[in-house]
Design a protein around this ligand. Structure first.
Ligand code: CP3
Length: 361
């Protein structure tokens, strides 16, 4: 079946993920649609709350396109959140000003865990409607990335009931009742697989799994409680849609020490945080996977000269190979000057274009 969406005009992002040659290094930024943009703050004020914004396909489309219109980014990312899935499971998600996400009904007793089920995907129809609407509105300018949280990362919020620094509740469960945590992770993995497949069916051209808290685990726990379930999700994804390959990016923040295992997990690309040296990461994973990253988001607070030099350092670190998507090592801060992002995108494009000429692939 042919896609009913407009043909893609800029495929550098998808080509880099497939480790094919490109004219320049593609760039997008985690949290590129967010509070650092005045136009985002205006739409969010109109929506009333973050959840009302995310639940409106029209407004989610509007904010997804804001950074695309402002900068020459090479990919758009669905505007939504990783916590929509546990919300659809009935845990009652709220965002409290200055506190972040809060669940009214966290999983803190055995009964609650036993009752947990893969939600009816109809409850997440607003997400799939947003994906289709964004694809239509993009008119083929750049590809659209869909996403979900990793089973472990969403379990952190589901068990803790919100953000946490030391993860005492979930780690107590891990070391006292691993059976309960494995049950949650199994349900989360099934839900995440269905959720990402529905995003792909609606028009997502690549998908990313955000494992923000996998890096808080020990090596053996990472394998057993995070990577094993991401592997399960990836094994169940529809990697082809309308004759197009759908690449999968896995990002474990703080996971630099486990790159070899991650490269063998079924992912097409690995996201790197800024603590990992990209040259060493490239040497370790070789041609197995593409890499995405990994500028320290705080570099955007520095001088223009330093910003351009740090962008070049990341590009030089990756070197003259295929398979690099430029990004930050974590989400962009709300305190970033929008002008700094313009400089970053310009430097990635001009410097990578000139080094392509100097060093043919
Ligand atoms: O990258 C993008 O532009 C796409 C949108 C996106 C959001 N959240 C929007 C959002 C994506 C990909 C996410 C993923 C997400 N959400 C993660 C994984 C990535 C990461 O940051 O580590 C996590 C852990 C969450 C959970 C979450 N959502 C938290 C902890 C918070 C509160 C903290 C904060 O930054 O305010 C959110 C809210 C949220 N999700 C905002 C945005 C733009 C800020 C909401 C606002 O407008 O007030």
């Amino acid at each position: 079946m042919m896609s009913s969406f407009a043909p893609l005009q800029n495929d550098t992002f998808l080509r880099a993920l497939r480790r094919q040659s490109t004219t320049h290094t593609p760039v997008w930024l985690m949290r590129q649609a967010g509070r650092y943009l005045p136009e985002y703050r205006a739409t969010r004020a109109r929506a009333g709350s973050f959840m009302q914004l995310a639940m409106s396909p029209a407004m989610a489309t509007e904010v997804t396109l804001q950074p695309i219109d402002r900068y020459g980014l090479d990919a758009a990312i669905l505007f939504s959140d990783i916590l929509t899935v546990p919300d659809a499971m009935g845990l009652g998600l709220r965002f409290v000003e200055g506190e972040g996400p809060v669940f009214d009904r966290p999983l803190q007793d055995e009964m609650a865990v036993q009752r947990l089920e893969v939600p009816d995907m109809g409850k997440l129809q607003y997400v799939f409607d947003a994906v289709a609407k964004i694809r239509t509105s993009l008119q083929g300018r750049v590809p659209l990335i869909g996403f979900a949280g990793s089973p472990y990362t969403i379990a952190c919020y589901m068990v803790e009931g919100g953000s946490s620094k030391e993860f005492r509740t979930i780690k107590t469960m891990m070391y006292r009742r691993p059976d309960l945590l494995h049950h949650i992770l199994m349900v989360n993995a099934r839900a995440t697989t269905a959720y990402l497949n529905a995003q792909i069916a609606a028009g997502a051209q690549a998908v990313m799994i955000f494992d923000t808290w996998g890096g808080s685990l020990s090596g053996s726990s990472y394998e057993a409680f995070s990577l094993a379930y991401m592997r399960q999700v990836m094994a169940g994804l529809n990697r082809e849609h309308n004759g197009e390959q759908i690449p999968v990016i896995v990002f474990t923040k703080g996971g630099g020490q486990w790159l070899e295992q991650m490269a063998d997990s079924g992912a097409d690309a690995l996201g790197l945080d800024w603590a990992t040296d990209i040259a060493q990461a490239r040497a370790r994973v070789g041609h197995k996977v593409a890499l995405q990253g990994n500028l320290d988001p705080s570099v955007l607070f520095g001088s223009e000269k330093n910003l351009r030099a740090e962008v070049q350092r990341v590009l030089d670190g990756f070197g003259p190979h295929v398979g690099h998507v430029f990004n930050l090592g974590h989400g962009i801060s709300q305190f970033t000057d929008p002008e700094a992002v313009k400089i970053l995108v310009d430097e990635v494009h001009t410097y990578s274009r000139s080094s392509r000429v100097a060093t043919p692939l």
